[in-house]
Design a protein around this ligand. Structure first.
Ligand SMILES: [Zn+2]
Length: 237
């Protein structure tokens, strides 16, 4: 494995909730966990239908989640992946996480399959806003300074499609890579879960890093059960 790592030129990494969980970010998908907020299950408050019915409530939930994230720091797995971007000729980091911790650790050009909780976008004109710059924590609904329409979190909600182009970009890189890591994801959420399948079918060596086996384990050439923050730095030595 170390030899493959040392010699690889084109590497793709897919990360999921497990990587964030090592920083203490609550995970809401997978593992049979269900979160309830104000008596509402997570998949209901974070749904496309809720956006139509009660946008202020959606904002209140996302403002709450950002508040939780403000106290959370990237972990050794995030930092290792930030180093990898300068180590390989072609490195692609694809994440299902919306918390922005990869960027905080220094990763550039992350392919965000499910958006980013620190961004809002206009429901009418597609203008995007950095919520860190807006700096408001009140639960009121944000409006677009370009056109005056309501903003929404720039996050893929339950019942919505992935952002246009993000998965396609990731799939293209998956076909080209020689080494593919699947890290901290239960691999149940399609189409993201299809990326290692694409990489494997195109001949890449696939490595899973996860505390427990997943439905993808059989597909991978190598399975390393453990915490990403402990395992990833080992490849570099
Ligand atoms: Zn607008």
């Amino acid at each position: 494995m170390r030899k493959r790592f040392a010699e690889a030129r084109r590497v793709l990494v897919l990360t999921g909730a497990g990587v964030s969980a090592e920083s203490g970010v609550p995970t809401f998908r997978g593992g049979g966990q269900s979160a309830v907020w104000k008596g509402m299950p997570f998949d209901k408050i974070s749904s496309a239908g809720m956006l139509e019915r009660n946008l202020p409530e959606v904002w209140e939930w996302f403002n709450y989640r950002r508040g939780v994230l403000e106290t959370i720091e990237p972990n050794p797995a995030h930092r290792a992946l930030a180093r990898w971007q300068d180590r390989f000729e072609d490195f692609t980091l694809v994440t299902q996480n919306v918390d922005g911790l990869h960027q905080r650790a220094g990763s550039r050009s992350v392919v965000e399959l499910h958006g980013n909780i620190w961004r809002a976008r206009c429901r009418a004109c597609r203008a995007k806003y950095d919520l860190r710059e807006r700096g408001e924590s009140a639960s009121r609904t944000y409006t677009c300074t370009e056109c005056g329409n309501y903003l929404r979190p720039d996050v893929v909600l339950f019942g919505e499609m992935l952002p246009v182009g993000a998965f396609e970009r990731a799939a293209l890189k998956a076909r080209e890579c020689e080494l593919c890591f699947v890290i901290g994801t239960s691999a149940l959420v399609y189409p993201a879960a299809g990326l290692p399948e694409i990489a494997s079918a195109a001949g890449a060596y696939t490595v899973e890093v996860n505390p427990e086996p997943t439905p993808l384990s059989d597909l991978c050439d190598e399975v390393i059960n453990g915490k990403a923050g402990e395992i990833l730095p080992l490849f570099e030595s």
